[in-house]
Design a protein around this ligand. Structure first.
Ligand SMILES: NC(=O)c1ccc[n+]([C@@H]2O[C@H](COP(=O)([O-])OP(=O)(O)OC[C@H]3O[C@@H](n4cnc5c(N)ncnc54)[C@H](O)[C@@H]3O)[C@@H](O)[C@H]2O)c1
Length: 344
């Protein structure tokens, strides 16, 4: 980050919705380091990614509000006087959205509308950054996928993210609330939920390796993805918030180096020096939702924001594995056990 950019958050008030989760907590730590006054809004819904331990390094520096993004009064109270709002709260699992679409509709769509209405009424000057998903594109028409590609989402989660993005864009275009709309690829790294396999595939594979379990690779393992290390993702979020030319724009945030699932699991096992893998059949549910090869064209964000990923897969996995080896009990355990451990 350029020196001038490094000082841009000093003394700024920032609200991070979903700040107890994977990406939100890494962002809270980074913004705290950059001198921002960080407020977190998070409902800690069980089985989602919120974890008390995630913000342990900055527990004395951040204000945490345990409330729901759908709580209009709480959101109205929290958006006042914020310079930046990073909107990361959400139901994030496409598998869960298949069996129950309502959390996605209520949290991701209605919750986003509640946030934007609160900003329209009480803080139109805040700058909003939203983290949508590459899943908004659905199956790739050509590779790499750029922001002009059609959006044909394959699940309710992805539809809800696309809807949230469009809601925020309308508030940018019609009400003048400046926003940056990011579409993240597969992010991996420290502070993810590691308790179940329903979302966060790369992190889950890391857990299986560290448990010396067998990682199951669906199909022939040739499907391509771009896995992006969390720190790179955080830099994209932070930097894009500061660039006026980025306001109102949609940007892919991914790695420009695609890998297939075989390469991914082989690298995990090599770096961890433990674990094993085998081929497995897709479940019908997963097969129906699999959009096939995907990797992001990140040239637009490189050109307008000046951001590029810098962490190789091996390097990112090494840092990820080191983190979970060190803090295993805080991620393998349930929320109550973590709360007790943090108090002792
Ligand atoms: N992790 C990825 O690979 C990835 C990829 C694409 C997009 N995204 C998007 O990035 C954002 C953050 O994802 P993440 O991976 O950090 O997930 P996460 O589950 O770790 O974090 C989401 C946080 O939102 C909170 N939350 C959920 N519902 C809430 C509600 N109703 N009110 C308040 N807080 C609520 C959760 O408690 C959790 O702490 C999401 O919008 C997600 O769709 C993530």
């Amino acid at each position: 980050m350029a020196a001038s950019t490094a000082n841009s958050f000093v003394g700024k008030s920032v609200l991070i919705t979903g700040g107890m989760g994977f990406i939100g907590s890494n962002l809270a730590i980074r913004l705290s380091e950059l001198g921002a006054k960080v407020t977190i809004l998070d409902s800690m819904i069980p089985d989602y990614g919120g974890n008390e331990f995630n913000v342990f390094p900055i527990r004395d520096k951040v204000r945490i509000n345990y409330c729901d993004i759908r709580d209009e009064n709480a959101v109205t109270y929290l958006v006042r006087d914020q310079d930046y709002v990073f909107h990361l709260a959400g139901q994030v699992c496409h598998l869960m959205s298949l069996s129950n679409p309502f959390p996605d509709i209520e949290i991701n769509i209605t919750g986003t509308a509640i946030l934007m209405e609160a900003l329209r009424k009480h803080n139109k000057d805040a700058i909003v950054v939203y983290t949508g998903t590459r899943g908004q594109y659905g199956a790739s028409v050509s590779l790499p996928v750029n922001e002009e590609a059609p959006t044909n989402p394959k699940g309710i989660y992805e539809i809800s993210n696309l809807s949230a993005e469009k809601i925020i864009k309308v508030y940018n275009d019609v009400h003048g609330i400046r926003s940056v709309l990011l579409r993240l690829s597969n992010i991996y790294g420290p502070r993810s939920q590691m308790k179940h396999s329903r979302f966060g595939v790369c992190n889950w594979f890391v857990r299986l390796a560290l448990d010396n379990e067998t990682i199951k690779v669906f199909g022939d393992g040739s499907i391509l993805r771009d896995f992006l290390y969390a720190d790179d993702c955080i830099e994209a979020i932070v930097q894009s918030a500061l660039v006026p030319e980025a306001y109102g724009e949609i940007f892919n945030v991914g790695s420009d180096i695609p890998v297939n699932f075989i390469e991914l699991v082989k690298t995990i096992v090599k770096v961890a020096q433990q674990g094993k893998w085998e081929y497995a059949e897709f479940s019908p549910e997963r097969k129906a939702q699999e959009p096939g090869d995907f990797y992001s064209d990140v040239s637009k964000i490189a050109k307008i924001v000046g951001w590029k990923p810098t962490t190789s897969l091996e390097e990112g996995l090494a840092k990820t594995i080191e983190f979970y080896r060190k803090h295993r009990e805080m991620y393998w355990a349930n929320a109550n056990e973590i709360a007790v451990a943090l108090k002792s």
